[in-house]
Design a protein. Structure first.
Length: 315
C-alpha cells in the first residue's frame, strides 16, 4: 500500500458528526492506511451549545482509549490560538498565542486526547498582540520537552512565517516546518478581502508554493480543498470570490479530466494537489463512509502527465 498523502479533518467530530459515525470514519481511515488526523483545541465552538471548543479533541481521546495501539499508527495535528475567551467573543477576543495561553492549551489538548505528545502543533492564526519572539519561544520550549513534535503555522502571512523561522534560529529552538492555509484547484480573484481570501485567513499563493519548493523542509497542508462540497453539489454554489472567467475555464478542464479518468471532480482535485510540485497535503473533512472512500481514492490517484498539464494550463 502506497503512502497516503492526506489528512483527515476531525473538526466536526463530536458535534455535528456524532460519536458513532466519527469512530466509524476514523476506523475506516486508519484501516485504509491514513495517518494524519487534524483537529484544534477550539473545534467546534461555533456549533456547540456551550460556545466553547474541545469536543473534537475529547472524541479523539475516547477513540484512542477504545482502540489500543491505534495511537502508534497515526499522527495527530492540533492547533492553538482561536478558542474564544468567552462564548460569542470570537474573532475579536480569543486566547491567542502568549506563553500562558500555549502552556495551558498544550496541557489541555494532551489531557483531552489522553496522549503524551502532539506530532504537529500549529498556531491557528497569527496573534499580532503577542510578540512573535514570545510565541516562538513557547513553542520551542514544548518541542524541547517532547510534548510537541513539529511546529506549524496556520493562516500566517509569508513574511511572518519567515520572521518566525529567523527568531527560532536565533533562539536555538524548533522552528515551523509546516504551513496550513486554504487552497484548492479553483483560485479566488486577486485582492478579495473576506473569509475566503485574506492575509488573516491565508490562501496558498504562488509565493507560498515557490517558498515550499525552495525550502523542502516546509510541508504545505491545505484546508477546505473540496470547497465544502461545491465541486459536486449544485446546492452548494462556489463563493462569490470565485466568480470570474478563470473559474469557468478551470471547471471545464476539471470536468474533462474527471470524465477522462472516470472519477469525480473532487477526486481529480485531490490528485492534482497531492501530485503537484511541491505536493500539498489536503485536510479533508467528510461525514459519510462514501465521501471518505472517494477522498482516499483521489489522494492515491496519479494524474497522467497530459491530464495534469491540461489542468495546470487552464486559466
Amino acid at each position: 500500500m502506497t503512502d497516503l498523502k492526506m489528512a483527515l479533518g476531525a473538526m466536526l467530530f463530536g458535534t455535528t458528526i456524532d460519536e458513532r459515525t466519527s469512530f466509524a470514519l476514523l476506523d475506516q481511515y486508519v484501516d485504509a492506511g491514513g495517518q494524519w488526523i487534524d483537529t484544534a483545541d477550539c473545534y467546534a465552538f461555533w456549533v456547540d451549545p456551550s460556545g466553547r471548543g474541545g469536543k473534537s479533541e475529547e472524541l479523539l481521546g475516547r477513540w484512542f482509549a477504545q482502540r489500543p495501539g491505534v495511537r502508534d499508527r497515526v499522527k495527530v495535528a492540533t492547533k492553538v490560538g482561536c478558542e474564544p475567551l468567552w462564548p460569542g467573543s470570537f474573532p475579536e477576543h480569543s486566547k491567542g498565542l502568549s506563553t500562558k495561553a500555549i502552556d495551558e492549551a498544550v496541557e489541555t489538548s494532551l489531557r483531552r486526547m489522553g496522549i503524551d505528545h502532539v506530532d504537529l502543533y500549529l498556531a491557528h492564526r497569527d496573534d499580532l498582540q503577542t510578540p512573535l519572539e514570545e510565541t516562538v519561544a513557547a513553542f520551542g520550549k514544548h518541542a524541547a520537552a517532547g510534548t510537541i513534535g513539529r511546529v506549524g503555522l496556520s493562516n500566517y502571512a509569508l513574511w511572518r512565517v519567515e520572521r518566525a523561522r529567523g527568531i527560532a534560529e536565533r533562539l536555538g529552538v524548533t522552528g515551523p516546518t509546516a504551513l496550513q492555509l486554504r487552497y484548492s484547484y479553483l483560485q479566488p480573484r486577486p485582492f478579495v478581502r473576506n473569509h475566503i481570501h485574506d492575509h488573516r485567513f491565508g490562501w496558498i499563493t504562488d509565493e507560498f508554493l515557490d517558498y515550499a519548493d525552495q525550502n523542502p523542509s516546509q510541508e504545505l497542508f491545505a484546508y477546505t480543498p473540496l470547497m465544502s462540497g461545491s465541486y459536486e453539489r449544485p446546492d452548494r454554489p462556489f463563493d462569490e470570490a470565485f466568480d470570474h472567467p478563470g473559474t469557468t475555464r478551470r471547471l471545464a478542464a476539471l470536468t474533462q479530466a474527471a470524465t477522462t479518468l472516470g472519477v469525480t471532480r473532487s477526486e481529480a482535485v485531490l490528485a492534482w494537489l497531492t501530485g503537484g510540485s511541491p505536493a500539498v497535503t489536503p485536510v479533508v473533512g467528510v461525514s459519510t463512509p462514501d465521501q471518505l472512500t472517494h477522498a482516499l481514492s483521489g489522494a492515491r490517484l496519479t494524474l497522467p502527465t497530459d491530464v495534469r498539464a491540461a489542468l495546470d494550463e487552464a486559466w
